[in-house]
Write a protein that binds this ligand. Structure first.
Ligand SMILES: C[S@@+](CC[C@H](N)C(=O)[O-])C[C@H]1O[C@@H](n2cnc3c(N)ncnc32)[C@H](O)[C@@H]1O
Length: 207
């Protein structure tokens, strides 16, 4: 795994700003190509930290953490000051996240290989998601072919996610990039709406 990264990585220069090109160059090639469609852009993570640094944060969870880009870079920009957990149900992506933790020196980020619809992580102050359920809808740039495309499955999963989020405590925030799958989230109000990198960025608060 590490050799794959070493042969393709760009040179890191201390003090230079982080870019998607640099961060993604540490990924295996096939996951570099998916980055514009599947992994959160650096600008979105920096915007998230800008928001979190002024909010009361106990811990942040990425629901569907992919190759760990959101969690690992958030840990770096926050100078390891917050608890961060990534939940990912593809084992291959979880292994990559663990390797990247070493490369980016963020040992305190935690990753868990579970399905958040079955084992929803409760009790955190902030949740993040980059439309994790949408992959069961028809479309291009899929991560792999392991999940059946089914609009029925998508709607079923969306209902489960909404129910889990509804059970969160008042004041809990959900940050979405390209949405969570629906347009209305029972029990939540939108407190921030922006467009970043041509994607809708919203912050929802449990009422
Ligand atoms: C669009 S990617 C976003 C990855 C990451 N959050 C980021 O922003 O870089 C969505 C991820 O959610 C994962 N995912 C989808 N449904 C999931 C579920 N029920 N439980 C855990 N992970 C899930 C997918 O495998 C994929 O890696």
């Amino acid at each position: 795994m590490r050799n794959q990264f070493l042969s393709q990585r760009k040179k890191m220069v201390v003090g230079d700003p982080m870019t998607d090109e640099l961060w993604d160059s540490y990924l295996p090639k096939k996951f570099q190509l998916l980055s514009p469609y599947q992994w959160t852009p650096i600008s979105v993570i920096e915007r998230t930290w800008n928001y979190l640094s002024k909010d009361k944060v106990t811990s942040v969870v990425d629901l569907g953490s992919g190759v760990g880009k959101f969690c690992i870079y958030l840990s770096k920009v926050s100078n390891h000051s917050i608890d961060i957990l990534g939940i990912e149900n593809r084992e291959e992506l979880l292994k990559i996240s663990e390797s990247l933790k070493e490369i980016w020196n963020t040992p305190d980020v935690n990753f868990k290989n579970t399905d958040f619809l079955n084992e929803f992580p409760t009790g955190h102050s902030h949740y993040f998601c980059f439309n994790p359920l949408y992959e069961t809808m028809k479309g291009s740039h899929s991560i792999d072919s392991s999940k059946k495309k089914s609009a029925h499955q998508f709607l079923k999963d969306l209902e489960i996610l909404k129910q889990k989020l509804f059970l969160l405590s008042p004041g809990t925030k959900l940050i979405t990039f390209h949405g969570f799958g629906g347009s209305y989230l029972p029990g939540f109000r939108i407190i921030l709406k922006e467009e970043i990198n041509s994607g809708e960025y919203l912050i929802w608060e449990r009422e």
